[in-house]
Structures are given as C-alpha cells and as structure tokens.
Design a protein around this ligand. Sequence first.
Ligand code: KG4
Ligand code: ZN
Length: 340
Amino acid sequence: MTRAPVTILGIESSCDETAAAVIQNGNLLANIIANQDVHRQYGGVVPELASREHQKNIVPVVDSALKTAGISNKDLSAVAFTQGPGLLGSLLVGSSFAKSFALALGIPILGVHHMQAHVHALFIEDGSGTPGPEFPFLCLTVSGGHTQIVRVNDHFNMQVLGETLDDAAGEAFDKAAKIMGLPYPGGPLIDKLAKEGKPIFKFPPPQIPGLDFSFSGLKTAFLYFVRDEQAKDQSFIDKNKADLCASIQSSIINILIAKLRKASAETGIRTLAVAGGVSANSGLRVAIEKERTDSGWNVFTPKLQYCTDNAAMVAMTGYLKYRTKQFDTQEATALARFGM
Ligand code: KG4
Ligand code: ZN
C-alpha cells in the first residue's frame, strides 16, 4: 500500500501581503502572492485597509494556489496559517479563513509563528536542491517589524539571543527612504539606488551592549544630517541620492554584521544564516557571503522569492509541524504579539 502524500496549504496574512502556497511532502508546488498597492499613497501600511484587502484577496489567492499546484480541496492533509505576530485585523482574516476551510474539509490546522516561518524559508525545497543549514545555527532574522539573532537548535527550538530595542532593520530602511522622499516600502528602492552610489557619508554606530540592536539613533542622525544639508542646498537629496542610499545601507549592514560576529564568537557557532525581508538586500547578502572567507563561516541565505513575506515559508513550517504532529485546535486565535 502506498502512503498518501502529505499536502499542506499555507496561508500568510500578517501584514500587507495576502499569500497562499502548497507544499507536498516538503516540495513546493505553488506560491501565490497578492501585494497591496493601496498603502503606497499613505507612505506605510494602514492596518484597516490591509484587513479589507485581505478579505478581498484571500479566496482568489487560495484558489489560484490550489489550481497552480493541481490539487483539489480533498487532497489537502492540513491547513497552516500565520497565527502571529502581526497586525491583528490582518491575521484574523487569514486565521478565520484557514480555520473554517479546514473545519469544512475535516482536516487539522497548524498555527505558524511568522518569524519561525522566515527561518524555515531556508529549508524550502523547490527542485533546485539546496539543503538548509545543519543545526545548531545562528539566524539573523531581519524584517519590517523584527530584528533578531536567533540560535536555531532545531526546527521548533529557537532561542532569541538578541533583538532590537526600538526600530527594526527594515523599518530603518523604510524611514530613511521616507526622509529622502522615496515611496513605501523604501528598502528595495534603497537597495537599487545604493548600487549606483558610494557610502561616503558616515554615521556614528550605536553603542548597545550584548547582542541587542538599536536603529532609532541612526535614523535620527540621518534625518538631522539630511535636514542640515538641505538647508544649505535645497537639491542636496537629489544630487546625492545614490550616495545617501549607499551610506545608510552600509551603516545598517555594518551594525548587523558586527552583532553577528559577536554572536558567533560568543556561542562558537560558525553556521550563519539570514532570513526575513531585509535578507533580500543585495548589500547584506554580499556582506554575509564575504564572511565565508573573512570569518570562515558556513553561510546560508534564502532564495530571493522567500525573503519577503510569502506563504511558502508558512506551508513549510506547517509541513514540519505536521510531521511532528504539532496540531492546533479550532481554539487557536490570531496573536498580534507572539513569543518565539
Ligand atoms: O519580512 P517582510 O516582508 O515583512 C515583515 O515581516 O515585516 O519584511 C519587509 C521589510 C520592509 O521593511 C522592506 O523595506 C524590507 O523588508 N526589504 C528590504 C529589501 N526588500 C525588502 N530592505 C532592504 N533591501 C531590500 N532589498
Ligand atoms: Zn515577515
């Protein structure tokens, strides 16, 4: 008798992406994302608008994921969904959908921690055959809401060694972009413009003890610097945009890499990874790769399409939970704050 494959539908709705993915026996079959352009004009995510967009998108996105995967409802083994952390209204749309869909099909649900899912993006198998890191490893999880150094002992045994005391790294990118008049989300734009510039402007690095981070001082230093230069020359930003982007990006990367080096030295762990939206940053990817030779690290980065929010990482986490029988009940609720 052949065993039925394990087929997981994953749903992500923690912020401003409505996403659904299907993973069968660990292999990704579909990964669909609907972005929400509605926030652009406001310079950041408007929570109420995000919830409404999720409500509009969730059914077509799930439908499209199942069709792309060639999977019918009755082939599904379980539904995984992002339980938190994130915007409560947004999480509620994904979790309510997942719970009712699973209930109607008589299959289990799997509540997923968003930051654990970002780490599991390193393990997504999509036919290109790159195995994930071996345990234990250190993962720098850098997104729009979080900046953490996590000791990953196992798929579900993760210990936060340090985190940001104020802004997240992604937030630092987005706020710096806003100061320069660039649209939201500014991270990818800074990345693009930085390629044409040089990091000629220097900002003092934060003096934060241990493995914690702080980015609000850098943001303020950047704001005052730009404001002062603009007062002298109104077109300062326009004339220096690429160098400003290269400078702020380089400052953020230097802060991140310095803490990773410290974490590696303190723990003796030399397998290092990055995950989360900011791990898509080309400068950060080059900087961590460079540590392979400079520090002798074994380095892992997720594929670009799995760095920013997506449902493939949620389905992957769901698959790993399914295999270890970590099912949730219909009582599982969306959690805006959710400890790792
Ligand atoms: O993980 P993510 O998609 O959503 C959250 O969980 O927050 O991360 C979004 C963050 C945003 O701040 C965005 O500007 C940043 O990731 N980001 C980048 C790049 N792509 C996305 N930051 C720098 N360079 C990039 N290429
Ligand atoms: Zn995220």
